[in-house]
Unconditional design. Structure first.
Length: 457
């Protein structure tokens, strides 16, 4: 078996691989901020150069946004093909003052690397590159054809990868799509994720008087945009945590008994939730357990709420406007467009008189459901078990990876969501981190997966 040599290589190059990851993490490739456009290009080159050095044919594709990297090994028709997806772009870093050390000066402490992108998603992408490197440097023939598609617009809702996938489905043809951009179940148990939530992201703008007004002179005479928005927001959900948008639950695919039992067996408790989040109690839609709500119930949440004066002391005004950003996380088989329309219609129908209310549909993502029983799923389970030394459990995920639905539709291949992060790795937050053990185990898993996938019928 080849794997001894492969795993030996990964073990003996751990420090070197971490040093290289540090260099990758130093690049501030924030996709949503245009002053970082040179940095996203550098991050793309970093990935492209590594893949070129490993002998892959590499394309850096510019479709008007941030560059997309497509790469493949020599394609032999007698081998299975794995397509690895990931993203090199990262989230903005603010609030900067809450970082213990600067986000793009990676720090390693107690076996944990801290930096923006460490877990989401550079560290996870890098596990696959290092797994491939092990084969190439050991001169061991790859058990599968390997393709990579690594994008730089995942965090910014970019279009490039959609266009590319729609136009290059044949080139990207594969037996499985491997995505490492989610989390383990917990520190000791790997998980194989079989569902991602989708997303409808909305903004409500309320416009009142032409300017902020003295709240004494004009209070009680005109509609207050802050109050009006509060009324709207208050009607988005009832006190049992159910969303009041008409039709919101119509297409929701209910959990089956096996899934409910599986979730219950995991033993997740509200104490764990409170410890992870710092919240004082669990809350959410009545009639469902915390894990059911987290993984399989749609949500409707204010993500931002602004109106009037928020500075020091008091300032007596009727604000001229108010705005709210609201995200709805969707589950199979809800459709983002349909939900966005239902939300817009509802908000406009409950808009108080005397203000102008507008609703903007920002972006959406389709939910994802992967069959739990397939040969590739077996390969993924086996690879995770060997790579992490523990049996994986089936999990779902509350986050979204927008392109995955399009992959399913255009490429028609099974998707394997093999996440190596932890829910507590602070992705999108200050002090994002990645446990080096999970980085190394992830690389082992990826290398083993190539063998396991090759074995499937
Ligand atoms: N890697 C995340 C998705 C994710 C989030 C996985 C939480 C596991 C746990 C991905 O990079 C992400 O942030 N997705 C966005 C998509 C959105 C911008 C359309 C998300 O879920 O908010
Ligand atoms: Mn990600
Ligand atoms: Mn992210």
């Amino acid at each position: 078996m080849a794997s001894e040599k492969i795993l030996g290589y990964l073990d003996s190059h751990r420090d070197e691989h971490v040093d290289q990851l540090v260099e990758f993490l130093k690049i501030p490739s924030i996709s949503s901020q245009s002053d970082h456009d040179q940095d996203t290009r550098r991050a793309a080159s970093f990935v492209a150069d590594e893949l070129k050095e490993l002998g892959l044919a590499v394309e850096v594709v510019d479709l008007g946004g941030h560059p997309l990297i497509y790469a493949e090994t020599e394609i032999r028709p007698d081998r299975k093909t794995l397509l690895f997806y990931g993203h090199y772009d990262v989230q903005p870093v603010d609030p900067l003052d809450l970082w213990d050390t600067p986000p793009f000066e990676p720090r390693i402490e107690n076996g944990i690397i801290y930096a923006r992108g460490a877990c989401d998603d550079k560290g996870q992408v890098y596990t696959h590159i290092k797994a491939l490197e092990a084969y190439v440097r050991q001169g061991i023939e790859l058990p599968v054809n390997v393709k990579f598609i690594i994008e730089g617009e995942e965090e910014a809702g970019g279009e490039s990868i959609y266009k590319y996938t729609e136009q290059n489905a044949e080139k990207m043809a594969c037996d499985a799509i491997i995505v490492s951009d989610t989390a383990l179940y917990n520190e000791t148990t790997p998980g194989i994720c079989y569902s991602l939530k989708g997303l409808a992201y909305m903004e409500i703008q309320v416009t009142g008087p032409a300017m902020d007004l003295h709240s004494g002179s004009y209070g009680g005479t005109v509609q207050n945009p802050g109050n009006a928005l509060a009324e709207i927001v208050a009607k988005l959900k009832d006190e049992d945590g159910r969303c009041l948008v008409p039709g919101f639950y119509d297409d929701v695919l209910e959990l089956d008994q096996e899934e409910r039992d599986g979730f219950a067996e995991l033993g997740y408790t509200d104490e764990i939730l409170c410890k992870e989040t710092g919240a004082s109690a669990a809350f959410g839609e009545k009639g469902f357990t915390t894990l059911e709500r987290m993984w399989a119930r749609p949500t409707c949440d204010v993500n931002g709420l602004l109106s009037g004066y928020g500075g020091e002391g008091a300032k007596t005004i009727i604000p001229a406007n108010a705005m709210a950003k609201v995200s709805m996380r969707l589950v199979p088989n809800q459709e983002p467009e349909k939900i966005a329309k239902a939300f817009t219609d509802y908000v406009l129908s409950i808009a108080p008189a005397g203000v102008k209310v507008e609703v903007i549909d920002h972006h959406g993502a389709n939910p994802v459901l992967v069959p739990r029983k397939s040969d590739m799923m077996k390969a993924g389970m086996s690879a995770l078990e060997q790579g992490f030394g523990a049996k994986p459990v089936f999990i779902r995920e509350g986050g979204s990876i927008p392109i995955v639905g399009t992959f399913q539709k255009c490429l028609k291949s099974p998707v394997l969501l093999l996440g190596y992060g932890l829910s507590t790795d602070n992705i999108h937050s200050p002090n994002e981190k990645f446990h080096l053990d999970n980085f190394w185990r992830g690389a082992r898993t990826s290398a083993i997966l190539m063998e396991e996938a090759a074995k499937q019928g």
